[in-house]
Design a protein around this ligand. Structure first.
Ligand code: NZQ
Ligand code: ZN
Length: 388
């Protein structure tokens, strides 16, 4: 494996009743004035907004608000939050929502302390060392943003969706009560499942040798997602299933399964270019891309696919070559996506071939992408064409 240093400072609270027990004591460690950041109204409808207000007001915490964070959060919204934090002397950003709200809040926390344009952080000009303290209450299992230091922001003017972050952006605390995910609609539940699977795949496919335990850990996450996805879709208020899926999403991108490996991340790079232009749900884009990416790269190391197929998808050897095993594994991946109702083609989002060249060029704007197999703009174009 590669040499690595691991540190994850986020205090994680999981389970029923954790908001009532831990929100106020955690907030009070950092602040008497908070910016409450949330999305388009799901927390108002679920009653979570009222619960949080009453807990914080009851504890004498002053609350300012930034509502209306978009899915695929926008730079303009981040800037609004930064302006409030600076002018009002906010001491902690409290994100309540899905990955978009959390990512927007991370950008606000970083941008408030950064003496320059916040976009510099996402266009990789700077890696800030300071941020306002951030706390999160997660309402959608997908991104792992609750326990990592990254975030993804869209600059709608330049049609760029870029990931960035800094160790300073780790949430100080995150509270994950799966009851708060009961109201996630079916399509968003599916996208979340696709995203956590994608994070697992991104870490599974890489050229680093001697990563046996990492692969076993990832196989466990993928197996668990495959087992529990149908349960959560059949019964959205199955607490154990919602909690298990939520825990899978946290584990898939909090650094625990990826120590010592350099993940692939080509599909994420390509998906961000699609979202930047068409504003589609991240997990949906990944579900479309992954099988086509797998077809394109499998020859780089078919035995990796064979191992995944044997251990996770029940593909039996029966005298098959590694390449035949790889093909059978990819067929199983497609079958799983289909079984949960994930999108299969870019056409499902009314995306045609009009911007493929732009997306391919932008995907490799910094360098070729991918680790399992390096992809240049022509490679990306081929994968995008196959995904139409
Ligand atoms: O805005 P509200 O009203 O809250 O509605 C949201 C939104 O419409 C809704 N929702 C969330 N929780 C709900 C709920 N509806 C009912 N009940 C609830 N409990 O779901 C919709 C989608 O929310 P969003 O936050 O956009 O979804 P997700 O968590 O999938 O986040 C996607 C964003 O995260 C980025 C993606 O690129 C995308 O911008 N990512 C962030 C990562 C990270 N920080 O580590 C890594 C990922 O790979 C990803 O790129
Ligand atoms: Zn993702």
């Amino acid at each position: 494996m590669n040499p690595f240093r691991f540190q994850n400072p986020t205090v994680l609270y999981y389970g029923k009743g954790q908001i009532e027990e831990n929100l106020v004591p955690e907030v009070k460690k950092y602040a008497s004035k908070v910016l409450l950041v949330y999305g388009g109204g799901s927390i108002n409808r679920s009653g979570l907004y009222d619960k949080i207000q009453s807990l914080l007001i009851g504890a004498g915490v002053e609350i300012l608000e930034l509502a209306g964070v978009e899915p695929n959060p926008r730079l303009t919204t981040v800037q609004k939050g930064i302006n409030i934090c600076r002018s009002e002397g906010v001491e902690l950003v409290l994100a309540v929502g899905g990955g978009s709200v959390l990512d927007c809040s991370k950008a606000i926390a970083l941008g408030t302390k950064y003496n320059g344009e916040v976009w510099d952080i996402y266009s990789k000009k700077v890696r800030p060392e300071e941020a306002l303290p951030l706390g999160t209450i997660l309402t959608l299992a997908a991104t792992g943003s609750e326990m990592n230091a990254g975030g993804v922001i869209t600059n709608w003017e330049t049609k760029e969706k870029l990931g960035g972050g800094s160790p300073a952006a780790f949430p100080k605390f995150s509270i994950c009560d799966a009851e708060n995910t009961y109201t996630v609609p079916k399509d968003q539940t599916i996208y979340g499942i696709c995203d956590m699977l994608a994070h697992s795949f991104e870490h599974y496919f890489h050229p680093t040798e001697h990563t046996a335990l990492q692969r076993r850990l990832i196989e466990s996450v993928i197996s668990t997602v495959i087992e529990y996805a149908p349960k959560v879709l059949a019964n959205p208020e199955d607490y154990q299933a919602r909690e298990t899926i939520m825990y899978c999403s946290t584990m898939a991108l909090n650094g625990m399964i990826s120590m010592g490996v350099q993940g692939d991340w080509a599909c994420h790079a390509m998906e961000h270019e699609i979202s930047a232009i068409y504003d589609i749900p991240h997990g949906g884009g990944l579900a479309v891309l992954f099988p086509h990416w797998m077809d394109y790269v499998m020859d780089a190391n078919p035995s990796r696919f064979a191992q995944l197929g044997e251990r996770v998808f029940g593909v039996s050897r029966d005298g098959k070559s590694d390449r035949e095993m790889a093909e059978a594994t990819i067929a199983k991946v497609r079958e799983f996506y289909r079984s949960i109702g994930a999108p299969e083609r870019l056409a499902d989002y009314d995306i045609g071939d009009e911007s493929l060249q732009t997306m391919a060029a932008q995907s490799v704007r910094y360098s070729d992408i991918g680790q399992f197999k390096k992809l240049n703009a022509d490679d990306v174009l081929s994968i995008l064409k196959a995904s139409l």
